[in-house]
Design a protein around this ligand. Structure first.
Ligand SMILES: [Zn+2]
Ligand SMILES: [Zn+2]
Length: 248
């Protein structure tokens, strides 16, 4: 790598390869969750008259939701849930509520309770270099006691959001905390970034975690490229999240 122009051109290629790697990584997480849900739903709803289409859509929805849940809770991504109850015509809202809750609990129970350290190595032919991926997950960040469920009045302790005081519509998505109180999706994003307690009863909520990602690119004397990616999930400490590419 002789000129700085060549080097900066290469940097953008490497940067692109790292993005592609992460898209694949998220896909794998999503695919795993979706397949687990399809299997669960087929067993669980065997006695109900639910169409294969509804099962597939429901599984997609749940898998996205769990991936999104991490995104929303962790990164505070802007996330608006549409009216979706019409989508699953053969499943009653009570059944959705119960199963959505049960499935999220079982999903979170599979996440590691110990601090986890994972390392993978990946040959990327696109730019002819190696990607080393180190994934560090801290125990406190590996589970949450906030679930995304539809609002069903008879199952809910509060019928309006304690942050914006707006009444919930039946079927609207809410975040239900382990104390049983809930908060609407829009408000939860801002609330949990500032505080990790229930706005109703002030009970501590294990919801606020953050992920950060850093990539370091290095060239050796033979122009061999190595990209080291560090992904960390840890309790939120109000530090700036760094997504930067650092070429060294
Ligand atoms: Zn609200
Ligand atoms: Zn509460």
């Amino acid at each position: 790598m002789n000129t700085s122009t060549e080097k900066s051109l290469f940097r953008s290629e490497v940067s692109h390869a790292v993005e592609m790697y992460f898209i694949e990584f998220i896909d794998r997480v999503f695919g795993y969750a979706r397949n687990a849900y399809v299997e669960f739903l087929q067993k669980h709803f065997a006695d109900y008259n639910i169409s294969a289409n509804d099962i597939r859509d429901f599984a997609n929805f749940l898998a996205e939701d769990v991936v999104d849940l991490a995104g929303v809770v962790v990164l505070g991504k802007n996330h608006k849930k549409k009216k979706w109850t019409e989508q699953f015509r053969s499943i009653s809202i009570e059944l959705l509520y119960k199963n959505l809750k049960e499935m999220q609990i079982s999903y979170f129970s599979t996440l590691p309770r110990e601090n986890m350290f994972y390392r993978s190595c990946y040959q990327e032919t696109y730019f002819g270099g190696d990607i080393h991926h180190t994934d560090t997950c801290f125990k406190e960040g590996a589970h949450t006691d906030v679930l995304i469920v539809p609002f069903v009045e008879k199952f809910s302790l509060n019928t309006s959001c304690p942050v914006c005081f707006e009444d919930y519509d039946e079927g609207k998505f809410i975040y239900e905390m382990s104390c049983g109180h809930s908060i609407d999706c829009g408000c939860a994003e801002d609330w949990f970034v500032e505080k990790s307690v229930c706005p109703y009863c002030s009970r501590k909520v294990k919801a606020v975690v953050e992920t950060s990602r850093q990539a370091h690119v290095s060239w050796d004397e033979n122009d061999e490229i190595t990209v080291d990616i560090y992904l960390t999930t840890k309790p939120y400490d109000r530090k700036k999240i760094d997504y930067g590419m650092d070429a060294g």
